[in-house]
Design a binder for this molecule. Structure first.
Ligand code: SF4
Ligand code: SF4
Length: 214
C-alpha cells in the first residue's frame, strides 16, 4: 500500500491561500489505514479548517482515490458541493490527488505527502520492502531486496563500511548484504549468488509508468 502522512495544517492553509471555501476528498483505502486521510482525519481536517476561518462545502471518502472513473463518478454525485467550493483539498496519495485534479477543473491542494510503498508490520507500523525498481532481483538475493534494504541500493555488497553485520549508515539496522549472505549460506544456495552483478538497467522503470493488460 502507499504510505502517506498529513502535511502540517499551516502548509495546507498556505496552499489554500485566499480560497475560502473547500471541498475535502479522502480515501477509504491506503490513506485510511495510514490514518492520514480516512473518515476520522477528514472530519478533523474539516474542524481545523473551520477553526481557521475557512468554510467547508462538503466532503467525500472515495473507495479508491487512485481509481479515476470512481473519483469522477463520486464527485459528479456531489457536483453542487464541489462547484460551491473555491478549491478541493485531497487527503490521498499523489495518485489520488491527481485523479481529483483531473476531475475538478479548479484549484487542487495536496493534504498528504506520499512516502513509500509499504508493508504492514502491524497496525500503524509500516516498512518499505520494495522500491518498484522494474526488474526484481529477489530470486537471486534470498528474498531480501538490496535495492531497498541497503541505504546505498547496492547490487553488489556488502560495502566496506559493514561492521559485524551492522550497516554503516544506520547502526541500528542489520546490513542487508550480511543478511543476504547469511540466508543463502544457511540454505545452501551460496553458489547461486553471482560474484558480481552488472549495473541496474534503470530504463526498465517506465517513467511515467504505464501498463495495459492484453
Ligand atoms: S528488486 Fe527490490 S525494488 Fe526491485 S522490484 Fe524487487 S523488491 Fe522491488
Ligand atoms: S553496510 Fe550493508 S546495508 Fe549498509 S550501506 Fe553498506 S552494504 Fe548497504
Amino acid at each position: 500500500m502507499i504510505i502517506s502522512q498529513q502535511k502540517p495544517l499551516a502548509d495546507i492553509l498556505a496552499s489554500l491561500g485566499d480560497s475560502n471555501s473547500v471541498f475535502i476528498v479522502g480515501c477509504a483505502k491506503c490513506a485510511t489505514v495510514c490514518k492520514s486521510g480516512g473518515e476520522e482525519e477528514v472530519w478533523q481536517m474539516q474542524e481545523a479548517l473551520i477553526s481557521s476561518g475557512k468554510s467547508v462545502t462538503g466532503s467525500v471518502i472515495i473507495d479508491e482515490a487512485c481509481h479515476m472513473l470512481r473519483v469522477g463518478r463520486d464527485l459528479r454525485g456531489r457536483q453542487q458541493l464541489v462547484d460551491d467550493a473555491d478549491a478541493s483539498l485531497v487527503m490521498a496519495c499523489g495518485a489520488g490527488i491527481q485523479s481529483v485534479s483531473a476531475a475538478i477543473p479548479k484549484k487542487t491542494v495536496a493534504g498528504l505527502d506520499s512516502l513509500f510503498l509499504g508493508n504492514i508490520r502491524r497496525f500503524g507500523q509500516f516498512e518499505q520492502k520494495c522500491s518498484l525498481c522494474g526488474e526484481c532481483v529477489l530470486s537471486e538475493t534470498a528474498g531480501i531486496c538490496p535495492v531497498t534494504a541497503c541505504p546505498k541500493g547496492l547490487l553488489n555488497g556488502p560495502c566496506g563500511g559493514m561492521d559485524e553485520g551492522r550497516c554503516e549508515i544506520d547502526a541500528e539496522a542489520e546490513c542487508a548484504w550480511a543478511q543476504i549472505f547469511t540466508t543463502v549460506r544457511e540454505t545452501g544456495r551460496i553458489a547461486n549468488l553471482a560474484e558480481s552483478v552488472p549495473p541496474k538497467n534503470y530504463s526498465k522503470i517506465p517513467k511515467p509508468g504505464k501498463l495495459k493488460l492484453k
